[in-house]
Design a protein around this ligand. Sequence first.
Ligand code: IMP
Ligand code: ZN
Length: 360
Amino acid sequence: MAFVNYSLHRLTFYQELHAHLTGSIRRQALHKIWFNRRVHDAMYTLEDPLIAMPEGAAVDMESFFPLFNSYVYKLCNTVDTVKFCTNSVLEEFANDGVIYFELRTTPRDDKKTGMTKEDYVEAILDSIREFEGGKIGQKTGMKTKLILSIDRRDTDATATHVLDLAILYKSRGVVGLDLAGDPLVGDINSFRPIFAKAKEMGFGITLHFAEAELTSSDEELNILLAFHPDRLSHVVYTSDVIKRLIQRLKYTLEMVISGNIQTRVDPRIRVHRDHHFKYWYPEKTNPIAICTDDVGIFNSKLSNEYYLLFKHFGLLKPELFELASGICDSIFSTKSQKENLKQQFEAFREKEEIEPGKVL
Ligand code: IMP
Ligand code: ZN
């Protein structure tokens, strides 16, 4: 067995800023829902998630997005199943060492079960509250906030409804608005006033950005930058002009290593070392948030994503610590939450005697 010296890279303290709720549900949790339904209904025809979504099976950009509508959403479509799934996701991130978590999701209703979008968001917020007051939440102290996603294919009315929900539940922990979904569909132009209003209302803005070559012309990316984002995710297909703009405006970059490789987002990224992290990290111009995106599908926890930086890019504990602690000001929560996180990281630094450049 290969010897791994965990003291070189194991931080035990992380902040996760980019995880989609439905994409983060483990197959085992989905299987439990499926099993329960199958036991009560012999005619239940949906395939077992352990068979329909075999672990390790290839998911490219074409098969990835339809997976949600055509399959996972059919299992996670009642208040109870949404709560069950949210709880399982929170448990996993807390047990992985995440101390601050921004979970994101697209508000969803289900005509068959009668679940409304309000029910959906409330179920998630209730689960977060219950988790924070429960055993693991208390033990780990993980704090969770919610970001609502607008899907690129949404109509203006649907997107406006997402903003209305964010406003309605702001006091309960909704902190931001996201633009997500298949990068090859939708007309993003009309969303600009919605994001402008969200910004005005004090929400953080994060956008899936330059994820597909076909929709990453400078013209399209400039439209997205006019939404006044705080954070950009993926940032795969950027021209030198856009890169310079991103550097000048110092957006936080949400980077997804395993997910980008597994979905073959870019034929130039075949192995870890090809990932554009190799470009952005040495530049040191933008805070970089290492993120899992969809751990239920990509099967790589946040601690593992940091481990991959150690393994493939040679980052040791002091550098990993700088990276993980360097995004405290990028979170969408309050100033006091930022200060609290900084203190926690500082205490960890002192305890572990981490000094920049020092190999432990
Ligand atoms: P949900 O919003 O909690 O239902 O999580 C699943 C949804 O997240 C998918 O339907 C997509 O719209 C979005 N999503 C997950 N991963 C990605 C990604 O890599 N790019 C863009 N959208 C994504
Ligand atoms: Zn994403």
